[in-house]
Design a protein around this ligand. Structure first.
Ligand code: ADP
Length: 259
């Protein structure tokens, strides 16, 4: 397998897309450092990875805190004996009209979705350079990083920002043999979408489930996305077949937006 024996760190790995990515990279042969806010969820994913037959370790870190992100990478390296791939996946949503969003809400989502990716890029690149090796940095953007969606304006802004960081980092670290790419999922049936749908319903009076169904209705392939759909693309970005790709933010959304 193409990434056999590599060490990958995945943030937001306790559930949803991050969990799917962690399991897929383990199936591909990598050892996985799992980072999230909740130990119980991480333990469940770690058990699955051991069943697959790969080594794993867990680390509680808030990605908006630079020191904690650095510590998670040190932990991955010292525990698993390497560090080759980081997936800056952790993120949160914010549903709200631009007329109503508060400074606290904007600061909070920015600190996780954007600052978190900055710290992940910075710490991972520093570690790859310290180890004198190549590396892969993979960031979570979104369809909302290609289109500004109503009621998701600030969320969309954070995901556009991830694309900007991906492009800039690709240029800054190219000469170090580090590639930087992003994945842009569409409507994935995770807790995040349950929350988004509920908030739309509270704020607009739409029946529960209607927002989710409306978005799914726009998908050319005619079904909602699964974490595995996303993970397959991330597996490609993590492996050698994508060695000549950098600075890209690939849409993996079943044909919901076209860019
Ligand atoms: P997605 O659709 O992106 O998978 P989820 O909400 O299901 O959305 O999962 C996001 C994951 O990111 C959760 O496991 C959550 O605990 C994690 N997460 C959110 N904020 C942070 C943070 N500040 N630091 C680390 N992990 C986080």
């Amino acid at each position: 397998m193409s990434i056999t024996g590599k060490v990958a760190l995945v943030t937001g790995a306790g559930q949803g897309i991050g969990r799917g990515i962690a399991l897929r990279l383990a199936h591909d042969g990598a050892d996985i450092a799992l980072v999230d806010l909740d130990q119980t969820k991480l333990d469940a994913v770690a058990n699955k990875i051991r069943e697959i037959g790969r080594r794993t370790t867990t680390f509680i870190a808030d990605v908006s805190d630079r020191d904690q992100v650095q510590a998670s990478i040190e932990h991955a390296h010292s525990t698993l004996g390497g560090f080759d791939i980081i997936v800056n996946n952790a993120g949160i949503a914010l549903v709200g009209a631009l007329s109503d969003v508060t400074p606290e809400e904007v600061s909070k989502i920015w600190s996780v979705n954007v600052d978190g990716v900055v710290w992940g890029i910075q710490a991972a690149a520093a570690k790859f350079k310290e180890l004198g090796q190549r590396g892969k940095i993979i960031n979570a953007s979104s369809i909302a990083g290609h289109d500004g969606f109503a009621m998701l304006g600030v969320y969309s802004a954070t995901k556009f920002a991830v694309r900007a960081l991906t492009q800039a980092a690709a240029k800054e670290y190219a000469s170090d043999g580090i590639t930087v790419n992003a994945y842009c999922p569409g409507v994935v049936g995770t807790d995040m979408w349950v929350t988004i749908d509920k908030r739309f319903s509270e704020l607009t009076g739409a029946p529960e489930g209607a927002t989710y169904e409306k978005f799914v209705g726009g998908i050319a392939l005619g079904r909602a996305e699964t974490p595995d759909d996303v993970a397959g693309f991330v597996s490609y970005l993590a492996g050698p077949d994508s060695d000549y790709m950098t600075g890209q933010a690939g849409l993996i959304d079943g044909g919901l937006v076209y860019r």
